[in-house]
Design a protein around this ligand. Structure first.
Ligand code: OAA
Ligand code: MG
Length: 178
């Protein structure tokens, strides 16, 4: 879970959270919900997709490792301020092939993540259906669908660039908190 205060858009910087020594990038396809829904089947899920976002699930990996070891919640390691850099809204008509679209990420110009959304373990409709069995989804809710291989560290002074096919691309600087 990420609070809405985690969102940033291009022009804002990714800030390393207090005490974090290992910040990881995760490029992800985000799905934007268009209608309130609960307990829907995978076959009905596409009726509830309004569109998509290109997003980064920035993760304080050292906090994440500790949370996993101690069976603690992930809210802090995934939800701190600036942990969700996001593109503008991409209408679903513009991304009809969302289940086979290239997602890529570079750090200082070097490719770190590059995959097709067809490699996802669970499809977007399966993910929406699963989440909706536990949480009522509201208009404008965003579900990040998981990151491909290659997630890794970024440091202050580096630049992350990422893209979704030729539909969206964005660039963010990583900076110290102050
Ligand atoms: O960081 C993790 O372990 C889980 C996650 O967000 C992903 O796979 O996208
Ligand atoms: Mg993730």
């Amino acid at each position: 879970m990420k609070p809405t205060s985690a969102y940033i858009s291009e022009g804002q910087d990714i800030k390393i959270p207090l005490g974090c020594k290992l910040l990881y990038h995760e490029v992800e396809l985000g799905v934007v919900i268009s209608k309130r829904c609960s307990n829907i089947s995978p076959s009905d899920a596409s009726d509830y997709i309004g569109g998509f976002l290109l997003a980064l699930d920035m993760t304080a990996k050292d906090f994440h490792i500790e949370a996993k070891e101690k069976s603690r919640p992930w809210f802090l390691c995934k939800g701190f301020d600036t942990s969700c850099p996001a593109s503008g809204f991409i209408d679903k008509e513009k991304l009809s092939n969302y289940s086979d679209t290239r997602l890529w990420l570079k750090v200082d110009g070097v490719t770190k993540q590059n995959c097709s959304t067809s490699d996802m373990i669970f499809s977007v409709p399966e993910i929406i259906s699963y989440v909706s069995k536990y949480f009522t989804l509201e208009v404008g809710d965003v579900i990040l669908t998981g990151t491909p291989a290659g997630s890794g560290p970024v440091h202050a002074g580096q630049t992350i660039e990422c893209g979704l096919a030729d539909i969206a691309a964005m660039k963010f600087a990583v900076v110290e908190l102050n």
